[in-house]
Every structure is written in C-alpha cells, then in structure tokens.
Design a protein around this ligand. Structure first.
Ligand code: URA
Length: 469
C-alpha cells in the first residue's frame, strides 16, 4: 500500500515538474532554434506538437517550423521523437481482441499518381481474414489521397471514433479512415499545412507522418510502399531507400513487424487519375479486371504483408490467397460492406460493387470528356506521371490551398499502355473536365507528358525494385 502511495506521489510530482518544464518553452524560440540548424530536444518536440494540437501554434508558426525542418532536416533522434509525439497527440487504437493477434495489419504508401492500391488491398486483406484499421491521408503535394478518393462515394465518411473503428473491424474486418481531432490530430494539422507550404518531401516529416498513424493503429505488421521516380514524393531512388530504411527501423523499433517495397513511380499506376475515376478502376480490379501492373503491385504489397504477419509461408502464397479474393468476388464484397459501414447508401453501394453494373450511375461524372490525340507515331515510351498529376490537380481533383474543395469527377483517363504502338491522330488520353474549355496550360503540359519513340521500351513486369526489411 505504501509503495503504491509513494508511486502516486512520484507520479504527481513528475507530472508537475513536466508541466512546469513544458510551460518554459516559447514557440518563437523553438522556431529560431530550428531555423539556425540546431536539434530540438525531445521535450521541445513534444511541447511543440502538443501546442499544435491545442491551438497554441499559429498557422504561420507551424508553416515556419515545417519550412525550418525542411531546410535544416531532423536528426534520427528528432525523427523518432516527432513520430512518438505525433502518435501520442490523440487516442491510440486498441488494445484489440486477443483472438485478432497476428492478424492486425496495414499498408501505407509515400504517395503516388493513380495510386489506388489501398482501395483494393484493404478489402482483399479483410477477405483473407485480416483486420485492417487503416488510417490514411488526403492528397499531399501533387499526389492523390486515398481519403479524397473514397469521399467521391456519396455519403461515405472517413471520420470515425475509436468505437466506430472497433465495430467496423468486428463486423467487416477493415476500414479506411482519416486523422481526426482525437486520432493522430497532430498529423491532421501538419499534413494540411505541409500540403500547401512546399514542405512535403522531407524524410523526417514523411517518416513522422506515416509511422505515427500506423503506430496509433496498434498493428502486428506493416508494409510500406516507398516510391521513387518523377511521380513520387521522393524522386531520387537512393533517397527513397534511405527513407524506407528509416521507416522500417522506426516501425520495428515500435514493435511492429515492418518491411518496405521500393517501387517505381515514373509512369502513372493503372489507367485512371482522379478521385471517382480511380474508385471505378479499383472496383474493376476488385473483380480481377484491373490493369495487370496495378494488380501486381496490390499482390506484391499484400503478399509481403501476409508473410510478415505469419499468415502465409511465402510472398507467393500470400499473393495466391489475395488473388483468389479478387477472382471469387470476396474482395469486392468486403469493399461494399466497408463503404456501407462508413456511411455509403446500401443500394448505391450494391450498384457500385456489382460486376458489370453502370458505376457512373452512382459516382460523380464530369460534364465533358475531351480526347487528346498523339502528334506522332511510334511506341509509347513513357508517360510523365508528375505532369499528369499536376494537370489533374489543376482540373480540380486536388487542393492548391487547404480550404479548396475537391472536384471528385474530374481527372485523366489513359488510353494507351507503355510499350504499345501508337499512330499520329490516335487518342492517347481523355480529359474529364467540368470547365467548358480545357485551359491552355493544361493542354500544353499534357502534350509534353507523353513520350513516343521509334523503338520499343523495356516493359517492366513489376514496379517492385527491392524489399527492405
Ligand atoms: N503519406 C503520409 O501519410 N504522409 C506523408 O508524409 C507522405 C505520405
């Protein structure tokens, strides 16, 4: 009893000391310290993150700190501390029911173009008996966001409480939700400001943002899709590997079995870029009718996760189990159950998830579709995914300011494959737009996005370049 009382007293004293220490910091001092390239202490980082969440940091101060971090970098120690502080800025999910042990898994991508993997992989994993409490993100920089894509489904909400998530995982097996005022709120604030302050492609900020969300999910295993190439957040392959290693180390250090695939993000993934367009393509893929390279990436990431979590004895076995759910309609069924559990109208969800049904009767469609023609003949060598993403964003599919509303209907539809032959005058891309005339700058950018050559390019059988674990 005495020991217990002593502990209580110490706890209270410690708490008071900590509170007292915390109030010693001034935000402008922390900004100058980082601006001058000094490392922040763990107390300073925790204090800053807490103040971000409680409203003690003005938006301009947050933008200044993010820019200072971007320019001066974070040490490994600062990154680990930022990750922990962001995770602890709100509720942590779990503890999960004991019978789920070994099955609580998730995947996260550093962001790409046409990257709809989560919409397909999450329900496919649930159809294999996994539990997937995915906390995802919105569009960041030029890249599209899983949450924005999902919200193109009328009525669907990505805001969920801890109890909602437990209920959906119990009944369905998977959900895809966003950061909230209770769930990694620090990432919610920082993510939105990074998106509009040119501070996205910083290793420490990316690692903190991704791993804090995943750590808050209380996972057994995590696979990361770390992209490189023109359409990736981290363009340089060497830097992507460094980022992957950092995140794998932090994830494993937190007790989550973590691996990363290094994947090529030069050409867009699949054929569709834009929110509703990507949902439509995902549903096709959920029925086993998606582009081969899209399905391969889903299966590669999922196979790795099944192996990592001990639910398959090899990546191939994991791939086979997941592929089966795409062939037998189980993954599509899980997707339907998940979107209904998150607020989609059941009748509309039924139409969206019925093979061969007219998905455009339930998804937002753009007013106009304009076909753009190739100016020369040859082989499609590359399609610049970053240019495509920027054009899609300019059409309204993404945000240029944090208050911008997304237009879910607009985007781009590729009509050619890499390596396919094309003749002058053939349609290579369709622009889905709501403006009456496509602005000149978009037309100009798009005409430079396709590279046609007289020789055939080497065709990648898979985007996966390496695995880091
Ligand atoms: N995804 C995230 O959640 N955060 C990043 O910083 C990049 C991709």
């Amino acid at each position: 009893k005495d020991l217990y009382r002593t502990r209580l007293i110490y706890t209270r004293v410690d708490y008071r000391i900590e509170t007292w220490q915390l109030t010693m910091f001034r935000i402008p001092d922390l900004l100058t310290k980082k601006r001058d390239g000094m490392a922040l202490t763990s107390e300073e980082i925790r204090y800053f993150v807490q103040e971000v969440v409680s409203g003690g940091v003005q938006e301009c101060q947050l933008g200044a700190m993010l820019m200072a971090i971007y320019l001066k970098g974070l040490t490994d120690e600062e990154t680990v501390c930022l990750t922990g502080a962001m995770k602890d800025s709100g509720d942590v999910l779990g503890p999960w029911p004991a019978e789920w042990e070994g099955k609580i898994v998730d995947k996260h991508s550093t962001g790409g173009v046409g990257d709809k993997i989560s919409l397909i992989l999450v329900p496919a994993l649930a159809a294999c008996g996994m539990k997937v409490p995915m906390v995802s993100g919105r569009g960041l920089g030029h890249t599209g966001g899983t949450l924005d894509k999902l919200e193109s489904i009328e009525g669907l909400s990505v805001a969920a409480s801890k109890n909602d998530i437990l209920r959906i995982l119990t009944n369905v097996g998977c959900c895809i939700v966003g950061q909230t005022d209770n769930l990694v709120p620090a990432d919610k604030e920082m993510y939105a400001i990074r998106d509009v302050t040119g501070t996205v492609d910083n290793m420490g900020l990316i690692a903190g943002s991704i791993i804090s969300k995943k750590a808050a999910e209380h996972l057994n295993a995590l696979v990361l899709d770390v992209k490189f190439g023109v359409g990736a957040v981290m363009v340089d392959e060497v830097k992507s590997r460094e980022l992957a290693k950092k995140m794998v180390d932090i994830g494993n250090g937190l007790g989550i079995k973590t691996a990363a695939l290094i994947t090529d993000m030069n050409n867009p993934i699949g054929k569709m870029i834009g929110n509703a367009l990507e949902v439509a393509e995902s549903v096709n893929c959920l029925f086993g009718n998606g582009p081969i390279e899209l399905e391969d990436l889903v299966l590669s990431l999922g196979g790795q996760l099944m192996l990592l979590s001990g639910n398959a004895s090899s990546v191939d076995e994991g791939r086979t189990k997941l592929k089966e759910t795409l062939s037998n309609g189980e993954a599509a069924k899980k997707f339907k159950e998940m979107i209904i559990a998150q607020g989609a109208d059941p009748e509309k969800a039924e139409i969206l998830c019925t093979k061969g049904a007219d998905v455009w009767s339930v998804l937002p469609e753009a007013k106009h579709v304009t076909s753009l023609k190739s100016k020369c003949s040859g082989y499609v060598y590359t399609i610049n995914s970053r240019t495509c993403a920027e054009c899609s964003l300019k059409l309204g599919a993404g945000r240029q300011a944090s208050t911008d509303k997304i237009n879910y209907a607009v985007g781009l539809e590729l009509c050619v494959d890499i390596g396919s032959s094309i003749k002058e005058g053939d349609t290579w891309i369709k622009v889905h737009h709501d403006c009456d005339v496509i602005p000149d700058d978009i037309m100009r950018l798009l005409s430079g996005a396709i590279n046609v050559q007289t020789s055939k390019p080497e065709i990648l059988l898979t985007r996966v370049k390496d695995t880091i674990s």
